[in-house]
Ligand binder design. Sequence first.
Ligand SMILES: Cc1ncc(COP(=O)(O)O)c(C=O)c1O
Length: 406
Amino acid sequence: MEKTQSQQWAERLRAVMPWGSSTCAKSPRFMPDEPGVIVRGKGCRVWDADGREYIDFRNSCGPVTLGYQFPPVDAAIREQLQNGIIFGHPHPLECEVAEMLCEVIPCAEMVRFFKTGGEAIAACIRVARFHTGREHIVQIGYNGWLNSLAHGGRLLPGQIAEDYPPGVPCCLSSLHHPGTWNDIGTMERLFTDFEGQIAAVVIAADYANMAAGERFYPALRKLTHKHGALLIFDEIVTGLRVALGGVQEYFGVVPDLAVFAKGIANGMPLSVYAGKREIMEGFHTAIASSTTGGETLSLAAAKAALLTYQNEDVIGHLWHQGERLHNGLNALFAQYDLPVEMTGFPVCGPFRFAPEAPDDLSERFFRAAYRNGVSLFHVPYVNFSHHDKDIAEALERLEKACQEVS
Ligand SMILES: Cc1ncc(COP(=O)(O)O)c(C=O)c1O
């Protein structure tokens, strides 16, 4: 049988690129049902190289929060393009977007930009070490590949290192320690074992059990204060999704530093590291810098995206459509007797396959979803362009997928 365009692209990619993708999570696992490449997106839908259409819940693994080709964002990028992309001095947009972020992020007295979430977290870790004069870092969750350093820490969002992360020197690894979401006992033990040595706790939420943040975040705030360590929130997924100002706004716990990235600019590459003035001033000495941090197309996109969030109830919409998706899927799983459920907050809640589920159930379900025109991710993300009819249509397509696997 002749290979599809998608298959041909996937083969070419694998020939020139490890994983066949620059992003591990985007590497297709379930071909030929899954698309090998996506060539276009509009609203909440994407099309592959063979013209197959999918209602999309991958949203580039989170950043597309408003929708593909979202008109105000695209218009802002086009307008800025007429004046240039990047310059040898700061651009007024760098100031405007920084000011807007100081208004909406509770911990933000000063902010700065990078391109990826991981490098912004690395900058926070550096300034935390400088500020406290300590070297050890505790990390909860995945904080980007270049911070995947701890023995037994996260290599990727869904992958824990069994040993030292491959390629990481032991001496560096020994300064990083994995903590566990909602386990304050382990955190207390780490602070006892490394008394006076922990510079910061970096925490990304466990999306399956987000509600536990209600108790865990305040407990961590108290513990870090007690031991003179900084608290750094990785809001790369939760920012502009759970609330405009992320989990710090939602749970009312203000960290010392925070990173926002996905969602800031509807998919344009931009990350934000923000925090208290006295700590951020440390960057005058503890250097973090990148040529492209103030690139203006992404900043124009960020300004348009933030204005949209402020003028329209984007967060309310994400919660509403996320709930419809979660409730609809949970009803289908019950109806077709599939041992799966949607968990966590519906704006970023993952699938949970029950321990008794057959090993191949998730693969069969994801394949069937693709075959029926729904592109899923382990955390299915809704965006502002998923309207009632799109969620209804997605659930109709997913019902067919449930029938096929049940
Ligand atoms: C919670 C979290 N932190 C950090 C990162 C890394 O961000 P980036 O891929 O932009 O470096 C990710 C990426 O998936 C993430 O989900």
